[in-house]
Design a binder for this molecule. Structure first.
Ligand code: PLP
Length: 337
């Protein structure tokens, strides 16, 4: 089976497993796991930020960030498709007691004018807007990337209005590779950044939240309260270190493969639109001969797993366990339908 349902399905390579097996570990709740400490310092250094904290999931790093940036009764601004709102179990309300101002962005991306308009007036009867959270690349927006100038404009709105500025960077490395940007540019702009090691970078588990020393100190208390304090987590952190050292530049291959698959798809009569492909995600609208259910089934009997994400849309995500040969097979399968 070739699995294109998500880039979370990757399994650790032999070299990554080897790095995990050799990890030096200790009790991370006591701050004594040398490999976790190394991963946190390495990620912080990469982004030019003061500190980092290793967590079991990207949901937890996002939710911790929201908790630290807000007080109950505050309001968070994000796009209507944002992962923090759509796919984190109602966590913004559950964990932080905040309401959400959803903005109608362009494939998951919002802009400075929308943010400015979304900030509540400073009146007793309004929820206090305290945080703007962005996603780059966007997940439900089909892997689209922000233009850096738009990020700068929003950071200025946040600074002028005393709002926290958080980035859900689950796939930030895909954006960095696609747009030829650097982690340090992002570290300078955002108050907090969450990166996932378990998506395109191919680690089995884990995300890192980055911020100032003061912010990460608070985040450590929240992680404990959320039940995310792990013990000999260095075995997992070692996979993350391996991923950061070896699996970033190769994301360009995934992006090339994604375009090749999207090209084949766009030529089919049952495809009405393929959203612009910017990174490793394809979202396509189907019509006529094959609907999402029948397309998923037709691919499955040819040993390719894809996902149906709405009554008219399918999604495919390319990752490091999809080889060039597999891409040829996927393209041939699509041509045969
Ligand atoms: C996958 C993902 C996350 C985190 O997901 P976990 O499964 O909790 O690690 C956060 N944001 C986006 C945009 C994602 O795609």
């Amino acid at each position: 089976m070739i699995d294109l349902r998500s880039d979370t399905v990757t399994k650790p390579s032999p070299a990554m497993l080897d790095a995990m097996m050799r990890a030096k570990v200790g009790d991370d709740v006591f701050g004594e796991d040398p490999t976790v400490n190394e991963l946190e310092a390495m990620a912080a250094e990469m982004f030019g930020m003061e500190a980092g904290i290793f967590c079991p999931s990207g949901t937890m790093t996002n939710q911790i960030a929201i908790k630290v940036h807000t007080q109950p009764g505050d309001e968070v601004i994000c796009d209507k498709l944002a992962h923090i709102y759509q796919y984190e179990g109602g966590g913004i309300a559950f964990n932080s007691g905040c309401s959400v101002k959803l903005l109608d962005g362009d494939r998951g991306r919002i802009n400075a004018d929308q943010v400015l308009e979304g900030i509540n007036a400073n009146q007793d009867f309004k929820a206090a807007t305290s945080l703007v959270a962005l996603e780059n690349t966007t997940n439900r927006g089909g892997g689209s990337c922000y233009d850096f100038s738009a990020l700068i404009a929003m950071s200025e709105v946040c600074a002028e209005n005393n709002l926290g500025f958080h980035l859900d960077g689950a796939r930030l490395f895909n954006a960095l590779v696609a747009k030829k940007e650097t982690p340090k540019q992002y570290g300078e702009l955002f108050d907090s950044i969450s990166i996932c090691l378990s998506k395109g970078l191919g680690a089995p588990v884990g995300s890192v939240l980055l911020g100032t020393n003061k912010f990460i100190k608070k985040a450590r208390r929240v992680r404990k309260a959320f039940g995310g304090g792990m013990r000999q987590a260095g075995f997992l952190a070692a996979a993350g270190i391996y991923a950061l050292q070896n699996n970033i530049e190769r994301l360009a291959d995934d992006h090339l493969h994604t375009k090749q698959i999207a090209d084949a798809l766009s030529k089919k009569d049952f495809v009405s639109e393929v959203l612009p492909v910017e990174t490793n995600i394809i979202v396509a609208d189907l019509k006529g001969r094959l609907n999402p259910d029948s397309f998923v089934e037709a691919m499955r009997i040819n040993d390719v797993l894809v996902m149906n994400i709405s009554a008219h849309q399918i999604r495919m995500v390319v990752h490091l366990d999809v080889s060039k040969e597999m891409v040829n097979k996927i393209v041939a399968t699509i041509k045969s339908l």
